[in-house]
Design a protein around this ligand. Structure first.
Ligand code: CMC
Length: 427
């Protein structure tokens, strides 16, 4: 018999089992609490609530640890490839050489999109934010691929996962091309996942596009760093949307919508805009003071995290990658100096130390993406591209669970109690 937590509600003792994961905090199972006491628990923002069981990703926020299927993110970023990480997240184990070759082959055979999908783009204004385009076009995939929307069929779930991972770079690149008025570039399947995406984004039909290996490597690493991140807002959105039985394409569109917000995936765009606004190191203190001012809504973008109360391990890799990309492209950006100085000043300030606010994944990523040539509006699109595998793996894990039920949170109602309707002439 495992541990039991005793909860006293209105003088009545209720015993709740304490569940243990392989690592991480214990979880009090309160599923029977309402039935036994008539009381709900209250946890808006889910600060103390585990919403599901998962074997995919583990974060220790105090220690700054991130594991995918047990493997530390630093090791994966250093030695693995995005395709290998995708396989790992979807299947639970690192692939053998044959398995990886087979997976690469499968993904590369799904990179094209239905030709009619390109008409969708033409309906958007040229100046539309590419995330608005992504939400629309990714959701529309279910209309083009209805043969992989039967979620009760594991084979169709697998095919939809492969389609999503394979097509999201094509669609992301198309969103970019549309915004700058250039023709769409078809995928080229003998290139790597990252190389193909770079070519579809920056190549033009009039010229051969040469993939720069160091940039391809950096792009692949950025994808790895964003592949999955436990039950964050967009992943929870995908799970909640999927819990009703909605098809995976619709669920991923819901995840993209959630990711767009500046507190989540939109922070990479906001962080670079902020660094450009700060400009030179002499202005940093002014912005630090604003971030500390309770009456000023300004926050240091790319700083702080709900779970990490230590350095985000992804930010460490990002910072290193900035240098590698600068060296490969033989460029520099004074913003990088400003960013490092800002980090230094913030980390030595008691406000940030007490609240345990450290740079997160978004603090340095924008500098790299900008050096590669992406406009800021594309940053969150790149996050969505890479996170698609995490969303779809989490969705599949949920649907594969025979005990899965529709997600249906309850509430603390604070509106009027029942009252009688008043006719218009009496109001
Ligand atoms: N700058 C200044 N103060 C901050 C910041 C910041 N970036 N982040 C948190 N705080 C303060 C906040 O004012 C609050 O202070 P107090 O306790 O005095 O009211 C305290 O720290 C706790 O903040 P919170 O908003 O209650 O924390 P949260 O866990 O709800 O929010 C967060 C986490 C990531 C939304 C928040 O830190 C933030 O807005 N950061 C900036 C946006 C950002 O970089 N987001 C990317 C997150 S990583 C990528 C991803 O997951 O998408």
């Amino acid at each position: 018999m495992g541990d039991i937590a005793k909860i006293n509600v209105g003088g009545q003792d209720v015993e709740s089992p304490v569940l243990k994961g392989t690592i991480g905090p214990d979880v009090i199972d309160i599923r029977k609490l309402y039935g036994q006491t008539g009381a709900f628990t209250y946890d808006p923002g889910f600060t103390s609530t585990a919403s599901c069981e998962s074997a995919l990703t583990y974060i220790d926020g105090d220690e700054g640890v991130l594991l995918h299927r047990g493997y530390p993110i630093g090791q994966l970023a250093e030695s693995s490839s995005f395709m290998e990480v995708c396989y790992l997240l979807l299947n639970g184990e690192l692939p053998s050489k044959t398995e990886l070759d087979g997976f690469n082959h499968t993904i590369s055979r799904h990179t094209m999109v239905h030709e009619q999908l390109s008409s969708f783009f033409k309906g958007f204004r040229r100046d539309a934010h590419p995330m608005a385009v992504m939400v629309g076009v990714m959701g529309a995939l279910s209309a083009f691929y209805p043969d992989s929307t039967d979620i009760a069929d594991p084979e169709q779930r697998k095919i939809s996962a492969h389609r999503l991972i394979a097509k999201v770079p094509t669609i992301a690149a198309m969103a970019y091309k549309y915004s700058i008025g250039q023709p769409f570039v078809y995928p080229k399947n003998n290139l790597s996942y990252a190389g193909n995406f770079l070519r579809m984004t920056f190549g033009v039909p009039a010229e051969e596009y040469e993939v720069i290996p160091a940039v391809e490597k950096a792009m692949d690493r950025i994808f790895i760093l964003h592949a999955d991140h436990e039950q964050n807002a967009s992943t929870s959105t995908v799970r909640l949307a999927g819990s009703s039985g909605a098809n995976p394409f619709a669920c991923i569109a819901a995840g993209i919508a959630c990711l767009w917000g500046p507190a989540h995936g939109g922070a990479n765009e906001a962080a670079l805009n902020m660094l450009r606004e700060i400009g030179t190191p002499d202005k940093i203190q002014h912005y630090i003071d604003r971030a500390k001012d309770k009456n000023d809504p300004f926050r240091l973008m790319g700083f702080g995290h709900r779970v990490y109360k230590n350095y985000d391990p992804r930010a460490t890799v990002m910072q290193k990658t900035v240098r590698e990309v600068f060296a490969a492209l033989n460029v520099s950006d004074p913003i990088f100096e400003t960013a490092m100085r800002l980090e230094e000043i913030a980390l030595s300030d008691p406000y940030f130390a007490e609240k345990k606010l450290f740079p997160n994944v978004d603090f340095y990523s924008g500098i790299i993406l900008s050096a590669i040539g992406f406009p800021t509006e594309m940053f969150t699109v790149l996050f969505a591209l890479a996170r698609t595998v995490g969303w779809v793996a989490q969705w599949n894990e949920m649907i594969s669970d025979p005990g899965q039920r529709i997600g249906r949170p309850r509430q603390l109602y604070t509106g009027p109690t029942q009252r009688d309707y008043v006719p218009l002439d009496k109001r």
